[in-house]
Design a protein around this ligand. Structure first.
Ligand SMILES: [Zn+2]
Length: 204
């Protein structure tokens, strides 16, 4: 147990700027009750200002060491999954149930968070399926995960082909432009105007 700081009520805790998901420790900072958070990974309480912190999820703090030991790129998609369901799908999801499903899919089926997010976007964003059938959960993912992955692969391939076609077209257009246009002529008048109208003049 740490002693209760009598200043807790007066001092406002150093504010964590929105979007700033990390802070380095400052051992000299006063320990404030408001800065005590439970570590997302090891579940121990710690002072985020004194010890420094990382935010593995929105509003979830962790020790820097715990973060570095546990976090990977794919974890950044977890917040996005829920943000998508909340803001785009308007799904009133059961968070605890969805988390159990998500963790189990990753552990037992080899899915990734990015893959789950893409699958949900495929289902609700592209196929416009009805979220009221979801039962506040994300169980649909297991039924369409592979189909969604194939869809994205196909789209990627298509985009590559389009890019190639466009690049080729631009090349052809440029060639035609050079072949058809007359040789560029010196436009002396334009140069004079430039020099007179631009303050201080321009070295051409
Ligand atoms: Zn920890």
């Amino acid at each position: 147990m740490r002693a209760i700081d009598t200043n807790d009520k007066i001092k406002t805790p150093p504010r964590i700027k929105e979007g700033n998901r990390r802070g380095e420790g400052n051992p000299d900072a006063p320990s404030l009750k408001a800065n005590i958070k439970k570590c997302f990974f090891c579940k121990k309480d710690f002072d985020i200002v004194v010890e420094g912190f990382r935010m593995p999820r929105v509003n979830r703090y962790s020790h820097i060491a715990c973060y570095e030991a546990n976090f990977n790129e794919d974890e950044t998609f977890v917040d996005e999954i829920y943000q998508y369901l909340r803001e785009e799908v308007n799904l009133n999801y059961d968070y605890a149930a969805c988390e159990r499903q998500r963790v189990s899919y990753i552990k037992n089926l080899g899915y990734t968070n990015e893959g789950i997010l893409k699958t949900l976007k495929y289902w609700y964003g592209y196929k416009k399926e009805d979220p009221s059938k979801a039962g506040c959960r994300i169980g649909i993912v297991t039924h369409i995960y592979d189909e969604a992955q194939r869809f994205y692969k196909h789209m990627e391939q298509k985009q590559k082909e389009i890019k190639k076609t466009v690049a080729k077209q631009i090349e052809t257009d440029e060639m035609e432009f050079f072949i058809k246009s007359p040789p560029p002529q010196q436009n002396r008048k334009r140069n004079q105007i430039d020099l007179n109208t631009i303050e201080g003049g321009v070295d051409d």
